[in-house]
Design a protein around this ligand. Sequence first.
Ligand code: GLY
Length: 574
Amino acid sequence: MIKKIPIYFLTLFVSIYLESSNNLPIIDYGSISHPEIGTGGMVVSQRKIASEVGAEILRQGGNAVDAAVATALALAVVLPRAGNLGGGGFMLVYSEELKKTIAIDYREMAPLQASRDMFLDEKGNYDRRKAQFSLLSAGVPGTVAGLYYALNKYGTLSWGEVLDPAIKLAEDGFVVPHDLSSVLSNYKKRLTANEATAKAYYKTNKETYSAGEVIKLPDLAWSLKELKKVGPDAFYKGKIAEKIVAEMQLNGGLITAKDLANYKVKERLPLQGTFKGYEIVSMPPSSSGGVHLIQMLNMLEPFSLKEMGFGSAQSIHLMSEVMKRAYADRSKYLGDTDFVSVPLKGLTDKEYAKALLKEISLKKVTPSKSISNGNPLPYESPDTTHFSVMDSEGNVVSNTYTLNFSYGSGIVIPGTGILMNNEMDDFSSKKGVPNAYGLVGYEANEIEGQKRPLSSMTPTIVFKNKKPYLVLGSPGGSRIITTVLQVALNVLEHDMSVKQAVVSPRVHHQWLPDVLLMEEGFSPDTVTLLGEMGHTIRSSRTMGSVQAIIYKDKYFYGAADPRRPSSGAVAVNP
Ligand code: GLY
């Protein structure tokens, strides 16, 4: 217990108080990391150059949706490992005019000819190469349709206006950052195995571009210009579609002209929960993200993590036990609600959370093998990248989209510069057999033609007194949901600045395997105490890459995750 507050801290508190009471931004000088601050809006993405594109759209009078679509298209050029035209994703739009949040599902769809056992070999074993690195691994991409849908319905600018910056980046080229050079070098063997990918992303002799050199993407520029000239039909019915179908026919893919023409964006009702007076709005299936974010927050609500202390063994133990229960339910119940019935209401019910809590000991680990999914039915009445945008009118966009792995299947459709996703691996190919993220699944997530594979993407908006307060999301496969959970808790429960919340170390448990992953940065004492409680601990590489914004007292506070180089928050100031 601290009895005396040193004079230094008193001065600090007074200075913080004075600044906020003078209508100046709140700068917490007690925090190690500081957000970008703006008064006219904010764009945060995994590439600062793409955030600049979005911010410029805001400066020119575009709204958050215009800026988001322009940012997404720019990321498809400058962040090829996750930004994309050949993948899919999820966008939440809060419209201040409509006073509501819209969930846009532009997840990939399985081709019509896809079937439950398509990734099993003749012995009935899961064939990883087919499921992850062949044209069979590609779902029908949703990105172009999803971005066009969002712009058309909720934006103010024309399709051409938001495409122009991406066309310029692809045609004139952009300076290769160390991050891109290094990742292309690491993935060289896999990516140069495909001729069109080697042509697009490496020099003529398959050498990697060095940081500081300019890379041009002429085929991708052609595709973007086709999209500008013809609209999204260029991708689903026109010249780009023809090239996709030709490559599928030549090299054993399943996507047909009919699959492309049939692709459908789905506008869904977002999932809503509450946590200690905040309203949580997140993504419904075909993502599992929102369901389990709300389920975990419900289970944590009765506790004060703040009193337990950030990074304490007690708080990590509790979070880990909660995570295990949520992921056990994910494996059993979650799938595409257009095909299977998911007990969404039960899973996000506060009484169900209380029932699950009864099984948790605050002192001792419950081994995963003695946890199975709970029963939410009685409570029933279902390398990625994220960016966040807020504009001065009060509109918000929270968008996560992906190719699945870094560079997806690694296969570029010749002549288009477009990398194809390998999202079919997010289905459960064989009951109980883990996918690339170690996630297991059962019937609800089986492969079926036109079904959407289950995702973990968790674009989220948190409201305070009915106004957007925090917007966030992350890549990270199975770790997305727990990453978003912890950054939200850091803000809502630990009162951290948004930057400190993003920077602080994270943990992850997903039920199976029964392992608690911990990033660097926790005290060795904490790790020892967790070991004594029975946790099996593994240290982990960094988890997620959160791009978040807080709006408070007329100021936007943007935080890009330093876990990924060259990410950036760009503030708009009048
Ligand atoms: N491909 C990762 C996810 O959608 O969760």
